[in-house]
Design a protein around this ligand. Structure first.
Ligand code: NAP
Length: 327
């Protein structure tokens, strides 16, 4: 495994993303599979698990808590959880009111069955109040030793700057994958300059880059990908043709598959610390072994760009994931 340093801790450059194991928007996952997925990371040399209260409305944190208890050694895990999203019958909204953040923190500790969080992240900026309000709570938790590092997610450069005036920003978690590179323009160079670790989400573009989907693959009712404009025809066809092109290139050039290329591509981009890999069962992480021991050079990076440009003529970003603004 490759590692990076996050506020003095060694963290694996591939992390398990646990949104899907909470069920809900990704279909049912059995508790045994979910817990086993969190525990298999050690067989692969990983220690990073990303989670959040919103995932399965608390369920993913409970699963991670159960896995830590079964494993027995809390300190083996590097747990990155989040705060700042509320959900109700009307939808999902950013909410970084300090009282809410403090309550969320206690709720997360209870679900995770731990007394500290390795990396605590503000999930989405709350644009109804200054980001400094959230930063004050994070500074307080860090100062008290209840969290070991502070992160943000989905923040702009201006929001990170304002936050950093109050509390350290050790990490940022934006979307990033071969098809979604909006952060290349401003956010990634900023983080690199400031020494802010970058943990990327949707590394497999919500399974598109895993290579198992075809135009005929059924996407069940209620699955988050039904809302994703990439998964709607005719655009879906463009993305699938690009995936086929990338898979052919990965096989010919490296003897690998598109899922391996997708994650290696992220790790070889300048300024990236770790790629989060959403998995529902241990077997989905088998492919992690194939990511290590090779690299994409400039020529390979250029070929990936060429394939994407050739097939994806009507690209769209991950904006549909943006939560609502509370009133
Ligand atoms: P992703 O990693 O892009 O894709 C995950 C999906 O790909 C899995 O649920 C699985 O779906 C499929 N998959 C995984 N491994 C596979 C394999 N070996 N073969 C075939 N299919 C495979 O998904 P993501 O959930 O968007 O991102 C990963 C993590 O990032 C999340 O779990 C979460 O921790 C984090 N995240 C954070 C934010 C944020 O706002 N901060 C937003 C989104 C996600 P199927 O089996 O259904 O195909």
């Amino acid at each position: 495994m490759e590692f990076f340093s996050l506020n003095g801790k060694q963290v694996s450059r591939i992390g398990l993303g646990t949104w899907a194991i909470g069920g809900g928007e990704w279909g049912a996952v059995s508790e045994d599979d979910a817990v086993a997925t969190c525990r298999v990371i050690f067989d692969l040399g990983m220690n990073l698990i990303d989670v959040a209260p919103i995932y399965g409305h608390g369920r993913s944190e409970e699963i991670v808590g159960k896995a830590m208890r079964e494993h027995g050694r809390r300190e083996d895990f590097y747990i990155a959880t989040k705060a700042g999203l509320e959900w109700n019958e009307r939808g999902v909204f950013s909410n970084s009111e300090p009282a809410r953040l403090r309550q969320e923190f206690e709720d997360s500790l209870r679900r995770l069955r731990t007394d500290y969080v390795d990396l605590y992240q503000i999930h989405w900026p709350d644009t109804t109040i200054p980001v400094e309000r959230a930063a004050e709570v994070m500074r307080e938790l860090l100062g008290a030793g209840r969290i070991r590092a502070v992160g943000v997610s989905n923040f702009s450069v201006a929001q990170m700057e304002a936050f950093a005036a109050i509390a350290p920003v050790h990490s940022n978690q934006p979307p990033y994958n071969i098809f979604e590179r909006e952060i290349d323009v401003e956010i990634l160079p900023y983080c690199e300059r400031r020494g802010i670790a970058v943990l990327t989400y949707s590394s497999l573009c919500r399974s598109l880059l895993a290579g198992r989907l075809t135009a005929e693959t059924p996407i069940p009712e209620g699955d988050i990908r039904r809302l994703d404009p990439k998964f709607q025809q005719p655009r879906f066809g463009q993305y699938l043709r690009a995936v086929a092109g990338l898979d052919a290139f990965a096989q010919k050039q490296f003897g690998k598959r598109v899922v391996h290329l997708a994650v290696r591509w992220i790790l070889d981009r300048p300024g990236i610390s770790a790629a989060l890999w959403g998995a529902k069962r241990p077997a989905q992480l088998d492919a992690v072994k194939e990511i290590l021991g090779w690299k994409l050079d400039a020529e390979a990076m250029a070929e990936v760009d060429r394939i994407v440009t050739e097939y994806v003529t009507d690209p769209v970003g991950p904006e549909y994931l943006t939560p609502g603004v509370r009133s």
